[in-house]
Design a protein around this ligand. Structure first.
Ligand SMILES: [Zn+2]
Length: 278
């Protein structure tokens, strides 16, 4: 991976159906200046709001990651984790994600649609050294799930999944977050939820548009679709970690290890990291 900052060669454009609204959503990922970092530009209801990717702009929510304007939290973008995971995983330091809805579509539940759109336009090196958060001591979050970051020469991820009551079971995966591994495994892995949780979501009306092409449903003894490769479920947890570990707006150099962790622990960790390193 380049030691200089990188951005896109041109705007990457992708459209899909939003899970909340059921409406068509257009996402444009634009090149951005050196040192500007990742940001969102919400172009919705006749107004444009810039939402920088920064820990101050994170909203506490369940099962997803949301960024909002500090001064008007109704101006928010839901499901930012996979597009941020793609930017982090592909080594893109500077980009503006313009979206015309309050949510980023789930597409197939993985980061593949973002990877393909970005690869179509290409990635270019910029004339400034990369700025990273280099972790130099262990940090732990131990709160209904364990998440730790340790010093490491490169970004490495490990995840231990522990859902003994359904097909997910107990699984461990570990991998270095190179661009190649991101394209092949981490970014290619899809969102999953337990059958029970899926039932609750539909019953509560939390989602309007959900089907098994967008999310893997994990039942007691099987998954709703064949897995793309072994440990896809663990790798998806790593995609979420990569996305959430980009919420401080800078790439991370560390080893990240998750055990039964999710967005909640990720947010606690990135806030702690931002406090100490930004
Ligand atoms: Zn996810």
């Amino acid at each position: 991976m380049s030691s200089n900052q990188q951005t896109l060669r041109d705007a990457a454009v992708i459209e899909g159906i939003g899970a909340f609204t059921g409406a068509n959503v257009r996402v444009e990922i634009h090149p951005a200046e050196v040192d500007s970092g990742p940001s969102f530009e919400l172009d919705h209801e006749g107004k444009v709001t810039i939402i920088p990717v920064a820990v101050e702009n994170i909203i506490e929510t369940e099962n997803r990651t949301v960024l909002a304007d500090l001064n008007d939290q109704t101006r928010q973008v839901n499901f930012v984790e996979h597009v941020l995971g793609a930017l982090h995983g592909l080594g893109i330091d500077n980009a503006t994600v313009r979206v015309n809805s309050v949510e980023i579509p789930m597409f197939d539940g993985s980061a593949v649609p973002f990877i393909n759109a970005i690869d179509k336009v290409g990635i270019v090196e910029q004339d400034a050294p990369r700025r990273e958060i280099v972790i130099d001591k262990p940090i732990f979050i131990d709160d209904n799930g364990l998440l730790m970051v340790l010093p490491s020469d490169t970004l490495k991820l490990a995840y231990y999944l522990d859902q003994p009551n359904d097909y997910a079971g107990k699984r461990l995966a570990q991998i270095e977050a190179t661009c190649e591994n991101f394209r092949r495994r981490i970014g290619a892995s899809r969102t999953f939820i337990s059958a029970e949780r899926a039932k609750d979501l539909v019953a509560s009306g939390a989602v309007k548009h959900t089907d098994e092409s967008q999310v893997l449903i994990v039942h007691k003894d099987h998954v709703s679709q064949p897995l793309r490769f072994a440990n896809e479920l663990c790798y998806h947890k790593m995609l979420d970690i990569l996305g959430d570990m980009y919420l401080a707006g800078r790439r991370l150099r560390a080893q990240v290890i998750g055990v039964r962790s999710g967005h909640y622990q990720n947010r606690k960790m990135i806030r702690k990291i931002a406090e100490e390193y930004m």
